[in-house]
Design a protein around this ligand. Structure first.
Ligand SMILES: [Fe+2]
Length: 381
């Protein structure tokens, strides 16, 4: 399958993955053929990209069934809403039972999984960043905890904390949390207060215990003491907080944010690796490298030879060398037919750049957008 911009969709093409709206409802089913009216629907709902069938790599393994992810988002949406309404009335008595059982079912689903690589590339129309980020960062943190042999009890605390870790943003005015331009020092201070606000409200509402509350409070601490709110240094940071910090940054970098476009998984991983041991716990970053797919199926890539292709399959044992379908030669000329090429069998070719689509790969300023995203990562994740 290929991920292509909606503007490049042509009549007769077939959807490789369903398209959902911002409430998670299916707009177009997998297998839907493109017609004039279907393409009009994509535009009306402002769907930017879709997965199109091309006969290759259609069956990439699912990390968490779409229904499960949707269920998580529904429970979280209701929880966030009632939490916010209750807090406005200065009431802090909420039933944490629904969240607890939700966390337990996500952990059970992930533990029984046969370890497929995480291929979280958000192509939905979802506008609720907080909701998507909460679920995706929870999934990553649980997988990291599993890889690092965190005990079942602690994994539960970690999962619950991550579902709520950014809930403090609900108490921050939207003109600041959604601002796309440069932030003033006072706005930065307000944004950073989401950790203290979130932890204080959650503990008061008995939604989390002390261990989970501590994770919420410290998910922006850095190993060298440059994080916030308490500038906790590595040796004083719990393993759960170290995991939370890495899951938080990885998902923030690879997700759409008001002030920056998402970066590709390989760019996010190289940023984390570059800062492993200084900002981030080395063992957690190393585990992440085995959990996420550097080049998810459908990603467009450029090779050192100048050729371009689309990723077909990933293998955990050779994360840098997926199998591809070559699309253009070294001069940029479209290949017909398009040969399948396995990088794991060729020591001479390697990937130098990735993008969501082939057209994005050809955009000269794509790299600048990514750099901006990395610059602001410590402020707003
Ligand atoms: Fe945060």
């Amino acid at each position: 399958m290929q991920l292509i911009p909606t503007a490049e969709v042509k009549e007769g093409m077939c959807l490789a993955r369903e398209v959902r709206d911002d409430r998670g409802r299916i707009l177009l089913a997998r297998g839907q053929r493109m017609t004039d009216s279907v393409m009009g629907r994509l535009n009306r709902f402002r769907v930017e990209r879709v997965y199109i069938r091309d006969g290759y790599g259609e069956e990439s393994p699912e990390l968490l069934r779409a229904e499960m992810k949707l269920h998580c988002e529904e429970v979280l949406r209701d929880s966030f809403k009632s939490f916010h309404e209750e807090a406005k009335k200065k009431r802090y008595a909420l039933d944490a039972h629904a969240m607890q059982s939700l966390t337990e079912s996500v952990i059970a689903a992930l533990m029984s999984n046969r370890d497929p690589l995480v291929m979280l590339l958000d192509v939905s129309t979802a506008s609720d960043r907080l909701l998507n980020h909460s679920v995706s960062a929870t999934i990553l943190a649980i997988l990291l905890g599993k890889a690092l042999r965190v005990s079942p009890d602690m994994l539960n605390h970690l999962g619950t904390a991550m579902m709520f870790h950014d809930i403090g943003f609900m108490f921050i005015p939207e003109e600041i949390s959604g601002k796309t331009g440069t932030l003033t020092p006072s706005e930065v201070k307000t944004l950073k207060s989401h950790v203290t606000l979130g932890a204080a409200h959650l503990v008061r509402a008995s939604m989390v215990n002390k261990i989970a509350g501590n994770i919420v409070l410290h998910h922006h601490e850095m190993m060298d003491g440059t994080g916030y709110p308490d500038c906790v240094k590595g040796e004083s940071m719990s393993q759960l907080c170290r995991i939370a910090a890495v899951a938080e940054v990885y998902d923030s970098l690879t997700s759409p944010r008001p002030y920056a476009a998402p970066v590709m998984p390989d760019v996010a991983i190289s940023y984390l690796l570059k800062n492993a041991g200084t900002l981030f716990a080395r063992e957690v970053v190393t585990s992440l490298c085995h959990i996420v797919a550097l080049y998810p199926t459908g990603t467009a890539v450029q090779l050192n030879t100048g050729e371009t292709g689309v990723v077909l399959t990933n293998r955990p044992q050779s994360p840098f060398r997926p199998a591809l379908r070559l699309m253009t030669d070294y001069r940029g000329k479209t290949l017909t037919p398009t040969p399948v090429y396995d990088l794991a069998r060729d020591g001479m070719r390697y990937i130098v750049r990735s993008a969501l689509t082939l057209s994005e790969l050809a955009t000269p300023n794509a790299r600048t957008i990514k750099d901006q995203a990395i610059d602001s990562v410590h402020l707003l994740c």
